[in-house]
Design a protein around this ligand. Structure first.
Ligand SMILES: [Mg+2]
Length: 253
């Protein structure tokens, strides 16, 4: 008898919503500009910087590669990042950050079927709340059981700590859940925790290495607009629902 799926765990940035270009990147640049700093991140720069998880680490890493720019103290970077988080929240509230196809539908279906839904992210919890509010309104806590965010673990993805933390909170094993990610660091984090992982690629991550993923798609699909399946090979386009997920799990066992 195949083990049945008990919970879905979602990454936030790039997976639940298209947060990067019109959200985080915009907010970083706005914060730099407000602070009078002499640099702007373009999309090519940001694509490379996405490999560094966590906003403060991302700013420090960028400055370490640019000795021509003035160096900033830890405190200054922390302040910049705080302001960036506020700007991001405002950006979400003003409707500039869109949820990806199929994400809200799948969360609703999973909850109706009695599964748990959790979040495993390296982003700040305030960003997550803003996004959940934008999708589900004040009712969002009835759709999301658990949020694992930046403050819960020391090491960010690709370290598996945040996935271990979520599993531990629920008392579940890695075979009880499926993770949803959009990037190679996210996939590495989930796979190091032994969690089967579905990848929904996006414009920032389509060239990442997704070896070891349970499935790779362009999104989760909606009725009338199914997703393109790259892995498993030979599958038609699908609208990802709990039955599809269970079939993929059983095929891999
Ligand atoms: Mg992501």
């Amino acid at each position: 008898m195949p083990q049945s799926l008990k919970a879905l765990i979602f990454d936030v940035d790039g997976t639940l919503a298209d947060t990067e270009g019109l959200g985080h990147l915009w907010a970083f640049n706005q914060a730099f500009q407000e602070a009078g700093l002499p640099f702007v991140w373009d999309t090519d720069t940001y694509r490379v910087l996405l490999a560094v998880t966590g906003g403060e680490r991302r700013i420090h890493h960028f400055l370490s590669t640019r000795p021509d720019l003035p160096s900033l103290s830890r405190e200054r970077v922390a302040q910049l990042h705080q302001r960036k988080t506020v700007l991001f929240g405002e950006r979400v509230q003003s409707g500039h950050v869109l949820w990806r196809p199929g994400t809200k539908r799948l969360i609703r279906e999973a909850k109706h079927k009695g599964l748990k839904v959790g979040i495993a992210t390296t982003t700040h919890e305030a960003n997550v709340h803003a996004l959940l509010q934008s999708a589900f309104g004040n009712e969002w806590p009835s759709w999301i059981d658990l949020i694992g965010a930046a403050q819960h673990v020391e090491n960010k993805k690709p370290d598996p700590a945040i996935y271990h933390w979520v599993l531990q909170q629920w008392g579940y094993g890695p075979g009880d859940v499926i993770a949803f990610e959009d990037s190679s660091p996210g996939l590495l984090a989930a796979r190091q925790a032994q969690i089967p992982t579905v990848i929904t690629m996006n414009e920032w991550t389509y060239d990442h290495d997704f070896t070891g993923a349970l499935a790779v798609l362009d999104n989760l699909g909606e009725p009338g607009a199914p997703a393109r399946v790259l892995i498993p090979k030979g599958q038609d386009n699908v609208v990802v629902d709990c039955n599809v997920l269970q079939q993929w799990l059983e095929a891999e066992r």
